[in-house]
Write a protein of this length. Structure first.
Length: 186
């Protein structure tokens, strides 16, 4: 496959050219069987990643949107689009894409943390609580004896949201958790 060869050679301009030619073919349009749809998704993905490598962010975002249209249940496509939106400081759009990624892959804690970061950038404090609190406090009660993650970031992000929402008691609980995590060297 010529596309794969250029991909392996990191010749991204040629990957994009070949991908565009492949995607224009009749075989990739209309009703597709599962195998052809997978090939189409892979082609779009390689094009999007190539555009990213060439720092063509807006084109890459548009191509990830095409990839999502081709395979709307692929959490990775939403995640990759969200990363680009986030890096372009399009925080609200990034948060939406991260949330869809989380919906499709609820165990993706990296998407959760990145979503919270985008929401913080967009000052969506209640949304941070909605994304992080159920994960960090699965029993529903914010208590300092509950530590689900050994990472400090999600607790710091949630604490920032609580402080901005005037939820000082919950922010104090998170401060104690953060001190304990720091003492444990995490």
């Amino acid at each position: 496959n010529l596309l794969l060869l250029y991909w392996q050679q990191e010749d991204y301009d040629k990957v994009i050219k070949i991908a565009d030619e492949m995607l224009a073919m009749d075989a990739y349009n209309g009703e597709l069987d599962e195998e052809t749809n997978a090939l189409k998704s892979d082609t779009i993905q390689k094009k999007a990643l190539s555009l990213q490598q060439l720092n063509r962010t807006d084109d890459a975002i548009a191509t990830w949107t095409d990839a999502i249209a081709s395979d709307p249940n692929n959490a990775d496509f939403y995640f990759n689009k969200a990363l680009l939106l986030h890096s372009a400081e399009r925080f609200a759009e990034a948060a939406v894409a991260y949330r869809k990624s989380i919906e499709l892959n609820p165990d993706d804690n990296e998407a959760r943390i990145n979503a919270a970061r985008a929401m913080l950038g967009g000052e969506q404090y209640q949304s941070i609580v909605d994304v992080l609190e159920p994960w960090l406090f699965p029993g529903g009660s914010v208590a300092d004896d509950v530590v689900v993650s050994d990472q400090m970031d999600p607790y710091m992000l949630l604490r920032a949201a609580y402080l901005n929402l005037g939820m000082d008691n919950k922010a104090d609980i998170l401060a104690r958790i953060l001190v304990r995590l720091q003492e444990q060297g995490r």
